[in-house]
Write a protein that binds this ligand. Structure first.
Ligand SMILES: Cc1cc2nc3c(=O)[nH]c(=O)nc-3n(C[C@H](O)[C@H](O)[C@H](O)COP(=O)(O)OP(=O)(O)OC[C@H]3O[C@@H](n4cnc5c(N)ncnc54)[C@H](O)[C@@H]3O)c2cc1C
Length: 323
């Protein structure tokens, strides 16, 4: 923050509006690898109105109007350096579900894909993928079985275009409701969303937008079929260190290669530095064995990258966000 005075004013206004916030937060609680530095201020909007207020209130208080958004923090590593810009956490954000099939299909004249036996559901961006999977199983809806074993919020999953070899979130998203960095609301349809490998760009919108709700198209299917599909992803996940503190895959797979295999071949499987270790189960995972500092993880990342380039001529890009 620029100075104490604007920060005091900001906190007073947040209190007046009933918006939850916490100061001096240890970011290890906001990341699934359970390490991180401190943040001056974390804000917890519960709905669109509170998020809109936060955007307006923090405008001008912060240099370049920057704010950082965190969903489940399952793909985010917070460095040791103190975070001085407000962090907006989606921990308490809307996680409601509603069936909007009828109104969605009636309003969407451009949609050529209207099909019988399909439903469009609107989810609050704060909902966890595991809850969506449970919901879809209960309601006999298929299409999101690949959510199995992917932690985090739907907002984070859409921003990351999370998924597997078979499918990714972008394939089932119909539209999203967002607030842009100035607090203006947009409903963005499929034709303006450019999903690529672990990323989403929206036509005409700067990258620091806030996803508030996501419309997913799912297909009515027999429960047994959905359960069978989930089983396939469950088996796949048995090769990952799911019980450990991690961030999922650290590196993106370079075109035509497996990052995990490259890391194994250059001899990093099981290598430790400080409290961090390259998983013996899956070499593209770094785990916190206890007491890992963010710099331990970054040290391993930098060394893997350097060696992969030197001995294999392959440039490894991180999938995780380092803040
Ligand atoms: C054990 C484990 C297994 C995993 N397996 C997979 C897998 O199989 N496939 C896969 O793709 N990923 C996997 N991941 C990575 C991670 O779970 C996904 O990327 C997940 O979708 C991230 O969601 P999140 O809410 O935790 O995002 P965060 O880590 O909180 O954020 C990720 C990015 O999204 C942005 N963001 C978050 N919420 C919003 C919002 N509402 N509006 C705008 N921007 C937002 C953040 O600013 C950040 O840039 C795994 C992770 C773990 C720990």
């Amino acid at each position: 923050m620029k100075s104490a005075k604007p920060k005091e004013d900001l906190l007073k206004k947040l209190k007046e509006r009933g918006i939850d916030f916490m100061e001096n937060q240890d970011m290890s609680s906001y990341s699934s690898i359970k390490t991180g530095g401190k943040a001056d201020l974390v804000l917890f909007p519960k709905n669109e109105a509170e998020l809109g207020s936060i955007i307006k209130l923090t405008e001008g208080v912060i240099s370049e109007c920057f704010r950082y958004v965190v969903g489940g923090g399952t793909n985010t590593l917070f460095k040791e350096e103190r975070i001085c810009v407000p962090v907006i956490s989606f921990k308490k954000f809307d996680s409601s579900v509603s069936d909007v099939s009828e109104e969605y299909e009636n309003n969407d004249n451009d949609n050529d894909n209207k099909k019988c036996g399909e439903k469009v559901l609107r989810f609050g961006a704060g909902i966890n993928l595991s809850k969506i999977l449970n919901y879809s199983l209960r309601h006999n809806l298929s299409g999101c079985e690949f959510f199995y074993g992917i932690p985090g919020t739907l907002g984070g999953a859409v921003k990351m275009n999370a998924g597997s070899k078979e499918s990714s979130v972008g394939n089932i998203v119909e539209a999203i409701d967002i607030l842009d960095s100035n607090g203006s609301k947009h409903t963005v349809g499929k034709k303006d969303m450019n999903f690529s490998y672990r990323s989403l760009n929206i036509n005409g919108i700067k990258d620091n937008y806030f996803i508030m709700a996501v419309y997913l198209r799912l297909k009515e299917s027999p429960k047994t079929e959905i359960a069978e599909n989930i089983k396939i992803f469950k088996e796949r996940k048995s090769g990952q260190p799911l019980g450990e503190y991690s961030l999922g895959c650290i590196f993106k797979n370079p075109e035509g290669f497996s990052a995990g295999k490259i890391i194994e071949e250059i001899g990093f499987k099981g290598v430790s530095f400080g409290g961090a270790s390259v998983s013996r189960k899956h070499a593209n995972f770094i785990i916190n064995k206890g007491g890992a500092k963010p710099s331990d993880i970054i040290f391993l990342i930098d060394n893997i990258r350097e060696k992969a380039l030197k001995s294999k001529g392959v440039k490894l890009d991180t999938e995780i966000k380092i803040v």
